[in-house]
Design a protein around this ligand. Structure first.
Ligand code: NAG
Ligand code: NAG
Ligand code: NAG
Ligand code: NAG
Length: 663
């Protein structure tokens, strides 16, 4: 391995001393990196295979130990009698303390506890998604780039695998893939954050200073906004943080509930007065979700502006608001700094995490710097009633601008859909999504494109290519790829779904399709479902289906749905198993394409270049270790599908371990 300091194409701000001190990390070369999402680049093999194999073994052992040894008081919820059976319902967490529900699978009815073995639980730990070494994690916080390092902070419980005692976990990376864990950055130690150091965002000022704004839950459980800054700005690892003497810098304004005021955004410079703005999510008494705007020059004193950034009736509390510009320029494959002024070629994205249904919704629109208001391009798909970042398990996300990669990168909290009992047994709960680049889809103009950061491709090892496979109605085609628990799949399908036979246009029209209300891959229609089965065993007793489903409307036009079906993902029944999905735009002449990242208990999929994304958590009992397989399937009754190109790489494990202190 080579020192990582030489591996990053930098903007020139980091200094030689910090390179000399850099610990060993696998090398990722960003030189010649392609613009995200729109072209391919041959992958390179990492020189870290031996290390990661060793680490994986150790991680597996550690999980075994936790599962066995520490006899953690299983914080099980009430035992509830239901239909003559005893089932476990996790105790509700979060809501009583003033945030959204933070228990896993809150309503697991109808199933007894599955007898999970330690080998099964150990397998569930992921290999290239970010996880702390143990315990509960939720929202990503304050991501930023500083002096050669990417920083990720996150909501973390130092005391167990359920939500509580929230502190800011902290890890650093050279490439957003390999991570070194640092000690917690901030813990609840003042009256104003003693009930939790909750979510917040970083802003880098033009002079290089970092300011961190976050929410504290006070000793009286009031939500206040707090300021912290690096205690030693010369430390590229930003290990010590100083909470401001002026805290709290913001308290709930009149008319806003004491527990409806949280998660300040990254600040942006308003070009009309060159002062900073931040926005904070809330709701009003009529249950409209809204975003307040504050003006500040020094991050200590703030003025609440008279206008709201935006408000949408009926959407309830907005958590973790995110607000950022995207380029509408057809040629620009780059992200924009948060302070990029509005104008021609710039659109603004407003995202809210809806406490009511715990999904992340976004809208694309225009920011008026004169009034500090945002207007959606299409009110029918306004924030909270239209598009989602991800139609599966994905919440409380946050983006940041990466000045090195000139891209906007998005992180999202991926919760569990197993029981809290199983989380306590395995000693951890939750992942972060693969970091995703975010661009405006300039072809449709009406949605974003999300795509795994290009560095993920450096994990690609053995690849296999399958070309021109026929998938007639009812077929299942095994793909021989060897081990299939850490995969990167790129699949392109062609269908011959021309006009229906003469005179049968009306007969060909079908009812509208809804992934979530469907029977998944077992619900056979004329033109779907078809796609892939991942984390399947040889006999298909377990499978997770990632599929397209086409529907011909009364007007003869096709609409395309993209879904992920976990109904048969596991023999265990103490799990939430669902079909997730939505429609996906397919333009004239486009093939159907999907990229799938399989990483043990997570399946994260991106259709049509990232127009529609779905993340599922799955917990197979048989399709694990060497028994996991991949298949193509076509369960349409009247459609021939051709798998034009299927590329499958085994992915190496990322290198995620404690920072190797020498002092
Ligand atoms: C929070 O910390 C206290 C003190 O260490 C501990 O007793 C309690 O179990 C923790 N709560 C959770 C939910 O982990
Ligand atoms: C799809 O079905 C689900 C579950 O029945 C329902 O909650 C959702 O509103 C439906 N979506 C649409 C777009 O009708
Ligand atoms: C196709 O549908 C049939 C009938 O519902 C079902 O038994 C079968 O499992 C489905 N195939 C796949 C691959 O899901
Ligand atoms: C599928 O292809 C087969 C073989 O070419 C053909 O006989 C059949 O009619 C096709 N089915 C459909 C629905 O197009």
């Amino acid at each position: 391995m080579t020192p990582a300091g030489s591996a990053i194409v930098d903007d020139g701000v980091h200094d030689a001393a910090q390179i000399a001190n850099a610990p060993l990390l696998p090398e990722t070369n960003l030189k010649g990196r392609r613009p995200p999402a729109r072209q391919r680049r041959p992958s390179t093999v990492l020189p870290a295979i031996a290390w990661t194999v060793l680490l994986l073994a150790l991680a597996g052992l550690a999980v075994y130990r936790q599962g066995h040894g520490d006899g953690q008081a299983a914080a099980l919820g009430d035992q509830v009698a239901s239909a003559g059976r005893v089932v476990e319902v996790a105790a509700s967490r979060g809501v009583v303390q003033g945030v959204s529900e933070k228990s896993t699978a809150p309503a697991l009815l109808g199933g007894g506890a599955y007898d999970w073995t330690n080998a099964m639980l150990a397998w569930q730990r992921t290999a290239f998604h970010f996880q702390p070494q143990k315990n509960w994690m939720n929202d990503p916080n304050g991501p930023l780039y500083y002096k050669g390092w990417y920083h990720l902070f996150y909501q973390w419980n130092p005391d167990g695998a359920v939500w509580g005692n929230i502190t800011w976990g902290h890890a650093v990376s050279r490439d957003l893939v390999h991570w070194l864990h640092l000690p917690p950055a901030m813990v609840p130690d003042h009256w104003y954050d003693i009930n939790g150091v909750w979510s917040g965002s970083a802003t880098q000022l033009p002079d290089g200073r970092i300011v961190m704004l976050y929410t504290g839950s006070t000793e009286d459980a009031v939500q206040v906004q707090l300021l912290a800054e690096p205690a030693d700005p010369s430390d590229p690892l930003l290990r010590r943080w100083a909470k401001s003497e002026s805290n709290p810098v913001l308290v709930p304004p009149p008319g806003i509930g004491l527990t409806d005021f949280r998660d300040p955004t990254t600040a942006w410079l308003n070009p009309t007065d060159r002062a900073w703005r931040i926005t904070i999510g809330s709701k009003n008494q009529e249950h409209a979700g809204l975003a307040l705007v504050y003006r500040t020059e020094d991050f200590l004193h703030y003025d609440l502006l008279p206008a709201l950034l935006h408000v949408v009736q009926g959407t309830g509390m907005w958590e973790c608001v995110d607000f950022y510009p995207v380029s509408a320029d057809l040629a620009a494959d780059v992200g924009l700094d948060t302070s990029t002024a509005p104008g021609p070629g710039v659109k603004h994205v407003l995202k809210a995490s809806l406490d009511d249904d715990r999904h992340d919704y976004y809208g694309i629109g225009t920011y008026d710097a004169g009034t500090d208001r945002w207007t959606p391009d299409d009110a029918a798909i306004d924030v909270g009633i239209g598009l989602r970042y991800d139609y599966g398990k994905f919440y409380a996300s946050k983006s940041f601008y990466d000045p090195v990669g000139r891209r906007r990168v998005l992180w999202g909290w991926i919760g569990e859909s197993d029981s809290e009992r199983a989380d306590v047994l395995k000693g951890w709960a939750s992942l972060q999504s693969i970091p995703r680049t975010v661009l405006l889809d300039t072809k449709t103009g009406s949605n974003l494109l999300q795509w795994p950061v290009v560095e993920v491709e450096n994990l690609r090892m053995r690849g296999k290519l399958f070309d021109g496979l026929d998938m007639p109605p009812g077929s299942v085609v095994p793909l021989d790829v060897g081990r299939a628990t850490q995969l990167d799949v790129e699949a392109v399908f062609q269908v011959q779904a021309g006009a229906p036979a003469a005179g049968s246009a009306a007969a060909g029209a079908e009812a509208p399709y809804n992934c979530s209300a469907s029977a998944g891959s077992a619900g056979r229609g004329l033109l779907g479902p078809f796609g892939l089965l991942v984390l399947a065993d040889d006999g298909l007793s377990e499978q997770t289906a990632v599929y397209f489903y086409l529907v011909r409307g009364a007007d003869g036009k096709l609409s395309t749905h993209f879904c992920q079906d976990a109904f048969r993902s596991s023999k265990a029944n103490d799990l939430v198993k669902a079909v997730y999905g939505s429609s996906v735009p397919v333009l004239d002449g486009e093939d159907l394409s999907v990229r799938i990242l399989v990483d043990h208990s997570i399946v994260e999929s991106f259709a049509q270049g990232g127009r529609t994304c779905i993340t599922s958590r799955v917990y197979p009992t048989k399709a694990i270790y060497d028994s996991a397989r991949v298949f193509l399937f076509n369960n349409a009754t009247n459609l021939n599908v051709t798998a034009k190109s299927i590329k499958i790489w085994e992915l190496n494990s990322a290198y995620i371990r404690p920072y190797p202190y020498s002092d």
